[in-house]
Design a protein around this ligand. Structure first.
Ligand code: SF4
Ligand code: SF4
Length: 393
């Protein structure tokens, strides 16, 4: 099970492990299965089926190759990573490869015994997502009953096991009024950090943009509340905030720059420069089953396509911010302009920006449509819909 495969041997040959260009982090989507159905999920709308997922040995090989490449952190994500029965074996390989390990979980499918076991193996950090602090609203958003109570237990077990804890709170129109309570919730859970992460409008969130887009006024109120809480809870909790693109002047440096800091491995083993990259339909992606991870990172077509700044057009090409935000998000530029080399319309210097920003104003003031819940086939159900079995999972 633990032999070095031919793929791994050529990976070692292909890259100097001290390579300054090694990614900092690797996001591993171990599975797209998840009992929750959040309408803003960042997984692709075309979810990958269980039968096509990488095997235990293949994931272990990915971990070893990541260590050899010089990656520092691995984020074990999904879907819900704890639905993989072999999570312990994959984690063991990551720990053995010297990676800092972070489990990104919704927390509803793990018990105390298993979490303690993961801590014993060497899990460093748990990132626990919440849908809201109002349990009824949380049930409605996730189409799953009773999730919040389970998350409180998981936070307690995480602290008991001595692991670091971050609360991840995706924010949108239907929970933004609870930002101060979410920060208090994170403190009560013993988290060292909370991420107030305004939903980014790709994949499922783009389908649900009309139900999720907050008004500019509610965004400004939440931003002020975060500032006040940072002052009030200084030294107690770190509060990070991800701003919604639609209300920003300049875009975020998406993924810290294309193929600069992070890579993403899908459940089937395709290696992407960002989790949404497959939405750029003319790109092709290599698979860890066919090519060494290091070779894909350094030489893969999709990675080199928008790496650096050479590919940029005006206004980015001569802009003083081009090494700061790298022209924003390629996927958003492609989705909204049809050309991934265009400036992200989130930028106020984009010729499309004003028209684009109007969309947010209009949608945020309209009656929110029903959620399209995240599930295979993306079936439409009412906002009050309860959990139903997810086909194909
Ligand atoms: S965002 Fe929601 S549906 Fe998507 S993986 Fe996380 S918990 Fe599951
Ligand atoms: S023009 Fe391009 S590089 Fe300049 S701020 Fe806008 S997105 Fe960034």
């Amino acid at each position: 099970m633990n032999e070095v495969t031919p793929v791994e041997q050529s990976a070692v040959a292909a890259v100097d492990p001290s390579c300054a260009r090694a990614p900092v982090g690797m996001l591993c989507e171990l599975t797209h299965r998840c009992p929750l159905q959040c309408p803003y999920c960042s997984n692709p709308t075309d979810l990958e089926r269980v039968a096509t997922e990488l095997t235990t040995e293949e994931w272990q090989s990915v971990m070893r190759q990541a260590g050899e490449l010089g990656i520092l952190q691995v984020h074990l994500s999904g879907g819900e990573p704890t639905v993989r029965k072999d999570l312990e074996e994959i984690l063991e390989a990551a720990v053995k490869a010297g990676l800092y390990t972070n489990l990104i979980t919704a927390g509803v499918t793990i018990n105390r015994e298993r979490l303690m076991k993961l801590a014993e193996i060497g899990l460093d950090h748990v990132q626990l997502s919440i849908q809201d602090v109002d349990s009824e609203n949380a049930d409605r958003i996730s189409a799953y009953k009773g999730g919040l109570a389970k998350k409180i237990e998981v936070s307690q077990w995480t602290k008991e096991a001595g692991m670091a804890l971050t609360i991840n709170a995706p924010i949108h129109r239907q929970n933004i009024h609870n930002v101060p309570r979410m920060i208090e919730f994170a403190i009560e859970c013993g988290a060292g950090r909370i991420e107030i992460a305004h939903v980014q409008y790709y994949a499922w969130a783009l389908l649900n943009r009309g139900s999720l887009m907050p008004t500019r006024e509610s965004f400004m109120t939440a931003a002020k509340q975060v500032e006040e809480a940072r002052e009030k809870y200084k030294g107690i909790i770190v509060i990070d905030m991800v701003v919604p693109d639609y209300y920003a002047k300049f875009p975020k440096p998406c993924m810290g720059g294309w193929a600069k800091q992070i890579l993403n491995v899908t459940p089937q083993g395709r290696v992407l420069p960002c989790h949404a990259a497959e939405s750029i339909t003319h790109l092709t992606f290599d698979n860890v089953k066919d090519r060494p991870l290091a070779d894909i990172w350094l030489n893969g077509d999709a990675f080199n396509k928008y790496r650096g700044t050479e590919w940029m057009k005006e206004p980015c090409r001569t802009c003083p911010r081009k090494e700061i935000d790298f022209g924003g998000c390629r996927c958003q530029a492609f989705a909204l302009t049809g050309d991934a080399t265009n400036t992200d319309p989130a930028c106020s210097l984009s010729p499309m920006h004003d028209e684009w920003a109007k969309v947010a104003e209009v949608e945020s003031h309209s009656t929110p449509p029903d959620f399209i819940y995240r599930r295979v086939g993306g079936a439409k159900v009412t906002v009050g819909g309860a959990k139903e079995p997810v086909p194909g999972e």
